[in-house]
Design a protein around this ligand. Structure first.
Ligand SMILES: *Cc1c(COP(=O)(O)O)cnc(C)c1O
Length: 399
């Protein structure tokens, strides 16, 4: 019998025969029947968003995906779909600043508590699980300390307890760097604002259902497994099989909460995704060169090396500044941490820019002896004349 839900699903047997580079250009779309055009058109209704959903699901190896307004709304709506007042979720403390605030401040107001894991031992997740736990959550590459959790070990612990494992795989670049589902993730969340869109022009989020979690095996999610009362009497788990989570998320949360993606954002992200693997290759080789340059530089205190435009941030004073000093330190956000997000520019230009920043630091320290007030990047008279001067000026401003 034909699968009635095939319109909502990715054709996994077909997609698994295609490479990542082919999927990032073709998955989820067919040529326009009227014009034969290959490029995905913008329909100001749902079809453009649907192509994006299928394309990202295909890249990650999931059965279906739900696009939403931003990465933050993706994280929030995933939690809302699974945890209610009185429940808790287990999360690594190594998080993007916005997600940390959401978990620390907003979820508790809704009666959902967050139990934090501070260290990298997967067994620490097991210790936190109790009867009210509904979800285990990590980021593939924990922001900003660049911590890398053992996804498979944490997934196994979640699954031993019949709990779904959600991974914010934003830093896994749509599965190009880290196919999180292969490592045990049941739900994969992306801020499409970052690598997927790739050009800093659009905000978006997307949530992928791996289709692998057996909801009916767990008695923790009655709203997904029990038949609801009323005219729409059905159980998501038995009615929708391996797209149950995606459909529950879409119908019960995203449509009701309203943080949906608009078709114009979906179109921009689709265009961005076509070059995802190419950008990632350049970003990886640029990052390696810069890590080598920095590790050889006498002014570098320490370096940790495991985004599209190069950018330097100071998490202590910006993205993570709402955390208390103690929380920042326990999350590895020290005052001397400068986070470099390396882009696709010519690596020589980025290194030249960093060199100017180091020169400026030396100059500032010399000036400090004479007049503290007069020290600004301008008084140092080091304005870069090539393209990527944001790095130099932002590093200098941080100091
Ligand atoms: C940026 C980011 C988010 C939030 O995404 P927005 O699209 O900006 O809302 C969530 N998680 C990670 C890891 C991020 O880097």
């Amino acid at each position: 019998m034909a699968d009635p839900f095939s319109p909502f699903k990715v054709d996994l047997p077909l997609e698994s025969q295609r490479g990542f580079n082919t999927r990032q250009i073709h998955s989820g779309a067919v040529p326009d029947p009227a014009t034969k055009a290959r490029a995905v058109p913008i329909y100001s209704t749902a079809p453009t968003v649907e192509v994006l959903e299928k394309r990202v699901a295909a890249l990650e190896g999931g059965t279906a995906a739900v696009a939403c307004a931003s990465g933050q709304s993706g994280v929030f709506q995933t939690v809302l779909c699974l945890a209610h007042a009185g429940d808790n979720i287990i999360s690594s403390i190594n998080l993007y600043g916005g997600t940390y605030s959401l978990f620390k401040c907003i979820l508790p107001r809704l009666g959902i508590s967050v139990k934090w894991v501070q260290d990298s031992d997967p067994e620490s997740y097991r210790k936190q699980i109790d009867d009210h736990t509904k979800l285990v959550f990590v980021e593939t590459v924990g922001n900003p300390r660049i911590s890398i959790p053992d996804l498979r070990a944490i997934a196994d612990i979640a699954h031993d307890n019949k709990l779904p494992f959600a991974v914010d795989n934003t830093f896994g670049a749509g599965g190009f760097w880290c196919p999180a589902i292969e490592h045990g993730a049941d739900i994969v969340i992306h801020s499409a604002t970052k690598w997927l869109g790739g050009h800093g022009t659009t905000v978006g989020g997307i949530i992928v259902d791996s289709g692998r979690f057996d909801w009916s095996e767990s008695d923790k999610f009655p709203h997904l497994t029990k038949t609801s009362e009323g005219p729409m009497a059905f159980s998501y788990a038995s009615a929708f099989g391996n797209v149950a989570f995606a459909l529950a998320l879409r119908i019960e949360v995203v449509m009701e909460v309203g943080a949906v993606m608009n078709p114009f954002a979906a179109h921009q992200i689709l265009v961005g995704i076509e070059t995802l693997s190419l950008r990632c290759e350049r970003i990886a080789s640029n990052s390696m060169r810069i890590a080598e340059f920095l590790s050889d530089h006498p002014l570098t205190g320490w370096i940790s090396y495991p985004d599209c435009k190069t950018m330097a941030t100071h998490p202590w004073g910006s993205t993570h500044s709402i955390m208390t000093e103690e929380d920042r330190l326990s999350a590895g956000v020290t005052e001397d941490l400068i986070r470099l997000s390396v882009g696709t520019e010519d690596v020589e230009d980025i290194i030249a820019d960093l060199s100017r920043a180091f020169d400026a630091i030396v100059l500032i320290h010399e000036n400090v002896q004479t007049s503290v007030d007069r020290i600004t990047p301008q008084t140092c008279n080091i304005k870069s004349d090539v393209g990527v001067n944001e790095v130099e000026s932002s590093v200098v401003e941080m100091l």
